[in-house]
Design a protein around this ligand. Sequence first.
Ligand code: FES
Ligand code: MG
Length: 571
Amino acid sequence: MAEHRSSQWYAGNDRNAYIHRAWMRRGLPGHAFDGRPHIAIANTASDLTPCNSHFNEVAESVKQGVYEAGGIPLNLPVVSLGETLVRPTAMLWRNMAAMATEEMLRANPVDGVVLLGGCDKTIPSLLMAAASVDIPAVVIPGGPMLTGTFRGVALGCGTDVWRLSEEVRAGNMSEAEFLKSESSMIRSRGHCNTMGTASTMAVVAEALGTIIPGLAGTPAADSRLLEASHETGRLIVEMVEQDRRPSTILSRGSFLNAIVALAAVGGSTNAVVHLLAIAGRLGIDLTQDDFDRTGSDVPLLVDLQPAGRWLMEDFFRAGGLLAVLAQVRDLLDPAALTVTGKPLVDYLDDAPIWDPEVISRREAPVQPHAGIAVLYGNLAPEGAVIKPAAASERLLQHRGRAMVFDSIEDMHARIDDPDLDVDADSVLILRGCGPKGYPGMPEVANMPLPTKLLQQGVRDMVRICDGRMSGTAYGTVVLHVSPEAAADGPLALVRTGDMIVLDVAGRRLDIDVPAEELATRRPSEIAAAAYANPKRGWEKLYVQTVQGANNGADLDFLVGSSGDQVSRESH
Ligand code: FES
Ligand code: MG
């Protein structure tokens, strides 16, 4: 058996080895320290992350598998982020969670790690951490909720909150009815059951090769999740023995496979930022443009909310990710490996579609081109993204008058004003919502439509923002505009009344103002007054060092890896 890193704590008969073993001997027998792998279970279970609240049970199954394979499992609670609760936005803390997990994995006597993630930021932060420590690591995705129904109709988490609340504002639904739906939406344990960010990141992590193939999308309440958790416990011990690390599994090809998967399932735009950040930790050259180049010709093969009809339970029953990938097998890198040591494509031989209503065959896609388009222009010199599949076809080429909001508070204060000077062709612009500006790049880009237009029947408008959008949201929304307004991006120069030109086919986003005039404009002082200006703590570090969305919004000094080297002795 090769020497594991935990031996640097436990091997030998000196005083320090004695200390390391003695304090761990609360039920662990002497042979626990004979050189067998010690496996951390990075556990994001938290009562304040309701989507991950079942992870202690998952961890128990992992433990059984680790023991069975001859390893020692160790529960390691790590920073957990509940998307719906954490303010100002869970994204502000993604890098903190990644940094804390990275450091605790390196600081402790562990040889491998099982990553338990579910709610939006948890899988990305865990993968960023594992990539930077580079010890053998495997993800267990917590799984989506079962489908809840209201008045006989399925409710999609997130997506239907936006939809129902717009119906209330449009006067089509009473507030009492709206509130009644509240307890119907969350039917079981698990994360949001649309193809929102949590489901997307599970799918993407499987396509990357970091999950046992076939597991992503298994509902949280399904027995097969626990079965696979047991199996994952056995697998991580094998991975340690074979020294199968993130750096040996993950290649540029793995990321391109993930981009194909992201497009084929119509996944969340948030995956762009997360994949760029994970690639950055591995030193893999991946850019925003790769998403457009590799993803935009991929057919959309699933009909899932937010853009479509079905929910994750349906996706799983219809064959799940492997059934989707089997349809686009020729677009995948056949050499890209998975945690099992075998290539991803090896799992696609027997991956039928069980319900073509939910997962379409390549010949009859939901849409011929899916994926994410990256736009450039004088309004977004470093790029902006749009998910055409979630947008209105007629708005993909559009010219309209800007209505500019200088902050989220400004938007909320005026959006329902009956005198707001907007019509259906207006372009709503919200700035100050990038990583530095807000701070943390919240999911506000899908801003609500003005009430007076909703009442006229308008259901979509072009919206432009330097923030993000919830993976459960939909609409013609241009987001991640880079550089952000608070980083001196031209978004800070736009004025209400300027003409904005969106040309998705031409990949352009421009403000139709002569260059000479733009050059004379100064960034909006009203917008600047609302930018974050933290005086201490994590927020200060974050605002000073965070990179733009086009670079994954990681902190500049966290890019890359420090490896698994064991530090100096503590005593
Ligand atoms: Fe946790 Fe949606 S709120 S996944
Ligand atoms: Mg979200």
